[in-house]
Ligand binder design. Sequence first.
Ligand code: FPP
Length: 243
Amino acid sequence: MIFSKKNKKHEGEMPKHIGIIMDGNGRWARRRGLPRSAGHAAGAENFKRIVTFCGEIGIAYLTVYAFSTENWNRPQAEVDEIMRLMDIYLDDSYKELEGKNVVVKIIGERGMLTQKLQDKIAALEKHTSKNTGLVLNIALSYGGRQEIVHAAKECARLAAEGKISPDDIDEEMVSSHIYTAGQPDPDFIIRPSGEKRLSNFLTWQSAYSEFWFSDIMWPAFTKKHLMEAIEEYQKRNRRFGAL
Ligand code: FPP
């Protein structure tokens, strides 16, 4: 038998790695007669609550989709607003995350961000790098396909330098050049807001992820909703293509 039983996910286990597409901020705000910026601000507050909760319930890895490579095409004022919220978070996170043992990593095309933001990201990553609790990946200026292109270029570069042969390139090598290298793939991907697509989130890593969709808008997505989603995940029988 090629696939051993240890490849199977047994029912009742907690997901090690959860991915969340934080969608629905704009609609949440519009329904309340508020500007979209208020939705993003409420979304950022909810993000902090969910990060804390994931740490408390022992989730090992959490990846949140904060801003995609496609989101650069939004009106400049909205892009600026989301970057402003991120900037504030990077400043506040020292106090916000104090004692929570969280490791913060920002994944995506960093070169697209302002130098100020890049510097703050590098400082926060360094500050939290020795922590041993929840690993929080914030996908910012992130695109799954772009991440695969990045990994392909790295492998091609090694081949061009004669360090590897093209035949050495396998799934393991590509995995070791994506942004989440060294981390387990997401077991469970959650998308609130009623949309049922992946939108270029963790394209490589989600090959065997379980999905959970809900009509709740991200700012209104509570710990209770997360627990309901996890409970449903725990009933699923993951086979990874085996029987
Ligand atoms: C998608 O919903 C959401 C975004 C493009 C931005 C998500 C950003 C945050 C939650 C705040 C980020 C800040 C931190 C500190 C992580 P949408 O606004 O497109 O919703 P809509 O589809 O209802 O318009």
